[in-house]
Ligand binder design. Structure first.
Ligand code: KG4
Ligand code: ZN
Length: 342
């Protein structure tokens, strides 16, 4: 099945063309023919975060350009079997841009259309261009700028959320702490870079909810601890060493919390493997810690290739394929749902 996917839930305009084969039982395989992303980071950076109406304006401008790019790659749109588009969660004006674009295209090409949950996109992103199949059941930690959740994946198409953040998402905490340190948006990659120059044991930031029996998270307190730490230094400006120590200690505290809860969930549910997905899984420090902890308890570990961690349309195609295998109904009328959950 050739799937054309469109993703515009936040500040990345993305179009992908993916060839999917296989069944739910025999691991599906995805050949990503194109994974085009037009990032709006530069547009939103002066505002320190994503501005919804600017995102909408940029999506309207970018989507036709991305489609053109696809056609110049000699990928013929007539060969598509299905058009799929993210319907939520995300910024409503941004979501509608993608939906309207997808519906117009579906009409023009006389193709069917399917709405996809962005969270399912992240959940199944580890399937893209994967060499070996993952063993089920699996425990998936999905961490991005908008969500942080633990998902028990009994098998493909059978997912149950077992815990999530009660306040800020992990990526949001990275972004907010980056702002406290005067680093540009998005803060995650900036913190990771700066942390390499710092001492991760310099400051003992809290590991929120780490000893609680549930599988929920809370990251707003850790951000406040960083704020108080900086305030108590009573300095006009921080030097590079001080900033790097804060970045490294913060990254360690967040990573240890995420790893500890994921490992406990994996043990309690008796899974065979662990997957780490979502924008924050681009963080090598976190990925390495998680992989080591998984191996320590004899579990397989996987994380998507770098281009599939942060928002992209290929993962939307992957989730759509899983849904078609589950015989999810294909609708003609699709609506944005900014609060869609898993
Ligand atoms: O999945 P994503 O692109 O969008 C959402 O669905 O939210 O995730 C974006 C988030 C941002 O908060 C960004 O700071 C974070 O992922 N992120 C990182 C890294 N790269 C992106 N956080 C920590 N380390 C990174 N290397
Ligand atoms: Zn996302």
């Amino acid at each position: 099945m050739r799937i054309l996917a469109i993703e515009t839930s936040c500040d990345e305009s993305a179009i992908a063309l993916v060839e999917a084969t296989g069944t739910l039982i025999r691991n599906p395989r995805f050949n990503v023919l194109a994974n085009l992303i037009s990032s709006q980071v530069k547009v939103h950076r002066p505002f320190g975060g994503v501005v919804p109406n600017l995102a909408k304006r940029e999506h309207i401008k970018n989507l036709p350009l991305l489609l053109q790019q696809l056609e110049t790659k000699n990928l013929k749109l007539e060969t598509i079997d299905l058009i799929v588009v993210t319907v939520g969660p995300g910024l409503e004006p941004a979501l509608w841009t993608g939906i309207n674009f997808a519906e117009d295209l579906a009409k023009k090409l006389e193709k069917s259309i399917l709405g996809v949950n962005h969270l399912e996109g992240h959940l199944y992103s580890f399937l893209l261009e994967q060499k070996a199949g993952l063993q089920f059941p699996a425990m998936v930690l999905s961490v991005s700028g908008g969500h942080t959740m633990l998902i028990h994946l009994e098998k493909l198409g059978q997912a149950k959320k077992i815990g999530e953040t009660r306040d800020d998402a992990a990526g949001e905490a990275f972004d907010k702490v980056a702002r406290l340190l005067g680093l540009p948006y998005p803060g995650g990659p900036e913190i990771e870079k700066l942390a390499k120059k710092g001492d991760e044991n310099a400051i003992d930031f809290p590991r929120p909810m780490i000893h609680q029996k549930n599988f929920d998270f809370s990251f707003s307190g850790i951000k406040t601890s960083v704020l108080y730490y900086i305030r108590d230094l009573k300095l006009k400006t921080l030097n590079l060493k001080q900033k790097a120590d804060i970045a490294a200690s913060f990254q360690k505290a967040v990573s240890e919390t995420l790893v500890a809860k994921t490992i406990r969930a994996a043990e309690e549910f008796g899974v065979k493997s662990i997957a780490l997905v979502g924008g924050v899984s681009a963080n090598k420090y976190l990925t390495k810690k998680m992989e080591k902890a998984a191996k320590n308890i004899g579990l397989a570990f996987t994380s998507p290739q770098l281009q599939f961690n942060t928002d992209n349309a290929a993962m939307i195609a992957a989730a759509a394929y899983i849904n078609t295998l589950k015989k999810k109904k294909i609708k003609n009328k699709i609506e944005a749902n900014s609060n869609l959950n898993l």
